[in-house]
Design a protein around this ligand. Structure first.
Ligand SMILES: *Cc1c(COP(=O)(O)O)cnc(C)c1O
Length: 240
């Protein structure tokens, strides 16, 4: 079997599992965006993903994305790039230039900087607040209790568009054990929505990875971030 055929087979399998998880939860599959996480994946494989119909790609390092997007030379607007990894403030300008959506916004200072740069570039930048639910391996993320006031602040930044919340629950051998984390993120979103401090674009939940995306979808994920289940095991280890 050729590499593109193998890729297409993995993608079909993932789509089937997304559809089944949606059916179990009484949701429509078009409510869930499959984000192909292409970190460490060479440009040729990104082209293969695009040829198979994927148009949302996730990268976790700004510099790797700069290099890859430079090599790919894609027509403007052919894919949407999502930043899913920690963003250092000295890379903020590059990130605003390159990415269509930032999933890893986790502090007000970075928000103000992104807002100012987006304004300078004449862009409106969709963002998710990365939320630290406790127990995670990553230190990134806004403390759960600080998320509601952070949402209020974002309402005052005209060049950022708050789309929802993002989280990376700890790795669980049995994805069922990650369910309480996914549920908590959904309940936090619902509570913030109910408080009425956010606009109507605030409805997203970026959660679920290769080993637990079905559970995440059952709990309301709108964006699942899938790397290894699509592209195969990564060669190098990744810091989240
Ligand atoms: C690497 C990464 C993913 C994808 O992980 P897989 O287990 O390979 O699907 C998702 N989200 C974030 C933030 C990542 O860094």
């Amino acid at each position: 079997m050729s590499e593109p055929e193998a890729f297409a087979g993995r993608l079909r399998d993932i789509r089937r599992r997304i559809d089944a998880a949606c059916a179990r939860a009484g949701r429509r599959p078009d409510e869930v965006t499959l984000l192909a996480v292409s970190k460490t994946v060479p440009p040729a494989h990104v082209r293969m993903a695009m040829a198979a119909g994927l148009s949302d790609l996730g990268e976790n390092r700004v510099q790797e994305a700069v290099d890859k997007i430079g090599q790919l030379q894609l027509p403007a607007g052919s894919v949407r790039w999502h930043l899913i990894g920690h963003l250092q403030s000295n890379k903020a300008r590059r990130a605003v230039e390159l990415f269509d959506t930032i999933h890893s916004l986790d502090n007000p200072e970075l928000a103000r900087r992104l807002d100012r740069i987006a304004g300078e570039l004449g862009k409106r930048l969709p963002v998710f607040i990365q939320t630290h639910l406790g127990g995670e391996e990553t230190k990134s993320g806004c403390d759960e209790n600080d998320v509601p006031p952070f949402c209020e602040l974002l309402g005052q930044l005209p060049n950022l568009e708050l789309r929802g919340l993002m989280a990376i629950p700890p790795y669980m051998e049995n994805p069922e054990n990650a369910r309480p984390y996914f549920r908590r993120l959904r309940e936090l979103r619902d509570a913030i929505q109910a408080a009425g401090v956010t606009g109507e674009t605030f409805r997203g939940l970026s959660m679920g990875m290769s080993h637990d995306f079905e559970t995440a979808i059952e709990e309301g994920a709108t964006h699942v971030r899938i790397g290894t289940a699509l592209f195969g095991e990564r060669a190098s280890t990744i810091n989240l």
